[in-house]
Ligand binder design. Structure first.
Ligand SMILES: *[C@@H]1O[C@H](CO)[C@@H](O)[C@H](O)[C@H]1NC(C)=O
Ligand SMILES: *[C@@H]1O[C@H](CO)[C@@H](O)[C@H](O)[C@H]1NC(C)=O
Length: 331
């Protein structure tokens, strides 16, 4: 970079001298422009920008990450890989990508958002183009709802204007005020431009526990029938993700308005995790902490967790959620 820059200045000054005096101003302007371009390049080299050096999808990377880091979610894993790859490879998508992730706590919804971010943005979750909102933390007061609305709209618009390939993660979607959900609907829709801004490159990810009980029911029935968990297919879980399920008071009305308009591209179910998956999470967590994975330690930790249903204790109540801190205690 520096060498190019010095060469550029040298050559430019030779040219300036050669064409004195007529072209001085023209070449001078050229030098200034050239310097500005070099300066901008150097800046982008060191600071995150919306360019391909910082924002580029790695399909293999996502596949490998899902395979090695997400446990017990063969259905979710496949849908996510397909959905994200399809969208990212589409040069001209007709709308933003909207994924709705459903399932019990600790089943990997946050992890999946993180893996997607890491394989699109070089800076992963720390990227200035990834925005995460947790309903109860960011929008806690009902009385402030009008402020939240205009703020959220400004943020989405401002950030997508800066970088069309922006990602917005909404956690605890089932606790989000319907008014707030309404205010983000236009960005999920098929408009080419809204006030001069196109949202078609953006990614929205909704996380919620809605449908979790029904998903668990399906997993339980498979097990009771002696069928392999890995044989569960998306179509077995789809009824658990339908409108009627979401109309329950607990999950709120948000789906109704989003489903009605087909604004969600993929509903992705996360299965409840069994003992053996908790073990896998534990082993992976130990490696991630720089420890040598120890089956005995992980086993001991996994046995202390709470499982449900009470009668046959199959699924971990907190999934893999608290494993990081639990392991600190056992190691
Ligand atoms: C994409 O991910 C794969 C697997 O993690 C990795 O080996 C490869 O270097 C990545 N490619 C780029 C361009 O980062
Ligand atoms: C982008 O979103 C963040 C919240 O994640 C907000 O603080 C910031 O002001 C937004 N930027 C613009 C330009 O709107």
């Amino acid at each position: 970079m520096r060498v190019t820059y010095i060469l550029y200045v040298l050559i430019s000054s030779v040219l300036v001298n050669a064409f004195e005096p007529i072209s001085t101003t023209i070449v001078g302007a050229g030098v200034t422009l050239g310097l500005a371009a070099v300066g901008k390049k150097m800046y982008n080299h060191l600071h995150e920008s919306c360019e391909s050096k910082w924002v580029a999808f790695n399909s293999t990377g996502l596949e490998v990450a899902l395979d090695q880091k997400l446990f017990g979610q063969h259905v979710a894993s496949r849908v996510i890989q397909k959905a994200v790859t399809g969208f990212m490879n589409n040069k001209n998508p007709k709308k933003s990508l909207v994924l709705s992730l459903h399932g019990w706590t600790g089943t990997g919804k946050n992890l999946v958002s993180q893996l997607i971010a890491e394989n699109i943005y070089k800076e992963g979750m720390a990227s200035s183009f990834v925005h995460q909102f947790v309903s109860t933390a960011h929008f806690p007061h009902l009385s402030q709802i009008e402020n939240y609305k205009s703020q959220l709209q400004q943020w989405i618009k401002g950030n997508v204007t800066n970088c069309p390939r922006s990602m917005f993660i909404f956690d605890e979607m089932d606790k989000m005020h319907p008014g707030l959900i309404d205010c983000i609907k236009p960005y999920l829709d098929y408009y080419e431009y809204l006030d001069g801004v196109s949202y078609r490159q953006a990614i929205f990810i909704f996380l919620s526990n809605a449908g979790g009980e029904h998903i668990t029911q399906v997993a339980l029935e498979f097990r009771k029938a002696g069928r392999d968990r890995e044989k569960i297919k998306l179509q077995h879980l789809e009824p658990a993700l339908t409108l009627s399920v979401f109309n329950s008071k607990q999950s709120g009305l948000w789906h109704t308005s989003l489903i009605d308009k087909n604004l969600v591209d993929f509903f992705i179910p996360f299965l409840p995790l069994e003992y053996r998956h908790v073990l896998l999470c534990g082993m992976a967590e130990m490696s991630a902490k720089g420890l040598v994975p120890d089956q005995d330690v992980v086993d001991q930790m996994a046995r202390e967790l709470v499982y449900f249903p009470k009668s046959d204790k199959i699924f971990s109540v907190n999934g893999c959620k608290t494993i990081g801190s639990k392991l600190d205690y056992y190691t």
